[in-house]
Design a protein around this ligand. Structure first.
Ligand code: GAP
Length: 516
């Protein structure tokens, strides 16, 4: 069986081969950690964005949207703390000349101990069979206990060092636990230094003089600086939220794992403005709602978990990640942060404007607290592709590559396939397509054998194939083939719309989200 790593590599090539994701400026050999979405990718991405936007803005009367500019007044980033504190601790290996994030090197070491523990558990489970009690084994087996103790020891030191911004201690941990450079295999490390992740550029013509501005590293600040505008013009009453989807830019030191860590990416963020003192209740509320949003897609509940932060960002008093099980481990897809009134207070201080909320019920003014939900579109895309990519062994010995995408997100909902290119079948097929195309993204394909055409659609995750044959002209029925089961049903043309709609209409997900 192929390893997780091999399957991941194949999924990445699949993304390129079938028009989902290309390296940016591919003809010039790409640009590190920057990607373009192709004809299939853009549809999947748009569907993810629609699912998010509607779940936030359509389903919540008290959440409205905004589309703020990427360029912002440079003081924004001073006020938000990004100029001073949006740093990663970097370390170089003198032999390979490769640059790493010191925190990532240590986190990877901690993860290795977790993997060792899991391997011991798996081995023992095989040995003991049905009677095996994994929890008991983990708390009594000497080797597992030794690994767990080591992991906890490193974790404690790491957590303290990160919270204290102690760069010398981070280096010492790397030296003490003999972390080597994966390229050179040596421990010839430089000191750890801070590296600011914001990209800068200049605005204005040379005649007028130019000033340095930043490409936004998060979309959130575009919401904060519009808080007053939207609260006043929308007559919003607390609690209320502002949602935004847009590009963000970070000069990531370690850009790896395909679209997991990019230098240009897209975020879907919502800031929920609340009364101070209610933040822990709202934090719990949004944690549950967002997890429900992920799980409603049906990729498997066991693939998600919460991970509470060890080191809180400079603005947060509580934070958790929703992690998804990727082939390279559980990884953050979404962050949920209780941001206090940090951002609004800072903007009030730096702008000199009064940024508050007047509560008409209590006649008091206060600076609202904020709960933020922040998810990366690209990371969500990656998690879906990882879960959906499937190499299926068929009974006839062949392998079928199929994307088991949630039908609501699939780029194409139905493929319209006349069995042959003559005898009036293409015309009938076009007629059927005309009846469906205003509601569902359809493709028409008359080239190659029907088997090949089915495979092409499996590879891009099309949930339905509709085959038009000679009988169709007489009985008004078509063959409807289902992607996941490959089952084929003979159905009336008039039934197609309802059958497809039942699977691909996002309304079904929205109802699930609103159900208790
Ligand atoms: N406003 C809060 C904020 O930006 P974050 O945890 O830094 O928080 C939120 O980012 C989400 O944005 C992450 O959970 C991730 O999905 C996505 N994200 C962050 N950096 C990314 C990168 N370099 N490439 C792709 N996605 C990224």
């Amino acid at each position: 069986m192929a390893s997780q790593e091999e399957v991941f590599k194949k999924m990445v090539s699949h993304c390129k081969e079938y028009g989902f994701v290309f390296p940016s400026s591919d003809i010039y050999d790409g640009l590190a950690a920057v990607y373009d979405y192709g004809q299939m990718g853009v549809e999947l991405k748009n569907n993810i964005k629609k699912y998010w936007w509607d779940s936030m803005v359509l389903l919540h009367e008290n959440i409205v949207g905004v589309d703020a500019a990427i360029f912002m007044h440079p003081t924004t980033w001073k006020a938000s703390g990004h100029v001073d504190a949006f740093n990663d601790p970097l370390i170089d290996n003198r032999d390979s000349k490769k640059r790493y994030r010191a925190d990532v090197l240590i986190e990877e070491l901690i993860a290795k101990y977790d993997e060792k523990i899991e391997k011991e558990v798996e081995k023992a489970a095989k040995r003991f069979g049905d009677k095996f009690d994994a929890e008991m084994f983990k708390t009594t087996n000497p080797r597992v206990l030794e690994y767990a103790a080591k992991r906890d020891e490193i974790h404690d030191r790491y957590k303290k060092a990160m919270n204290a911004n102690d760069l010398a201690e981070l280096k010492q941990i790397i030296l003490d636990y003999e972390i080597v450079c994966p390229i050179s295999g040596t421990r010839n490390w430089t000191d750890v230094r801070q590296f600011n992740l914001m990209f800068t550029t200049e605005i204005g013509s040379t005649a007028d003089g130019t000033s340095k501005i930043y490409l936004r590293p998060e979309t959130a600040q575009g919401i904060f600086v519009n808080y007053l505008n939207i609260q006043k013009t929308g007559r919003m009453r607390i609690p209320f939220g502002i949602a935004q989807i847009g590009k963000a830019f970070r000069n990531e030191i370690v850009a790896r794992q395909f679209i997991f860590r990019m230098r240009e990416f897209e975020q879907m963020e919502m800031q929920f403005f609340i009364k101070p003192g209610t933040e822990m209740d709202w934090f719990a509320h949004w944690k549950q709602f967002r997890l429900k949003w992920h799980k409603a897609l049906g990729l498997g509940d066991a693939k998600y978990r919460f991970h509470d932060h060890d080191k809180l960002a400079h603005y947060a008093n509580a934070a958790t990640d929703i992690e998804f099980e990727m082939p390279f481990g559980f990884k953050e897809v979404e962050g949920i942060h209780s941001r206090t009134n940090f951002d609004l207070s800072q903007h009030a201080k730096y702008s000199g404007k009064k940024i508050e909320y007047f509560d008409p019920e209590t006649n008091e003014s206060y600076t609202p607290y904020v709960i933020e939900t922040s998810i990366g579109v690209d990371r969500m895309f990656l998690s879906i592709m990882c879960a959906a990519y499937n190499e299926e062994a068929l009974e006839n010995g062949e392998t079928r590559v199929v994307l088991n995408l949630p039908p609501v997100l699939a780029p194409v909902k139905a493929a319209i396939l006349p069995l042959v290119k003559k005898d009036g079948l293409p015309e009938k097929a076009r007629e059927i397509m005309d009846g469906l195309k205003f509601d569902f993204k359809c493709v028409y394909d008359e080239k190659d054998s029907i088997g090949k055409r089915y495979r092409r659609q499996d590879a891009v995750g099309t949930p339905f194939c509709i085959t038009i044959d000679h009988d169709t002209l007489n009985d008004g029925c078509v063959t409807l083939r289902y992607r996941d089961t490959m089952k084929q049903d003979r159905v009336k043309i008039e039934e197609l719309h309802a059958l497809i709609d039942a699977q691909v209409n996002m309304k079904n997900l929205y109802k699930k989200l609103l159900a208790e």
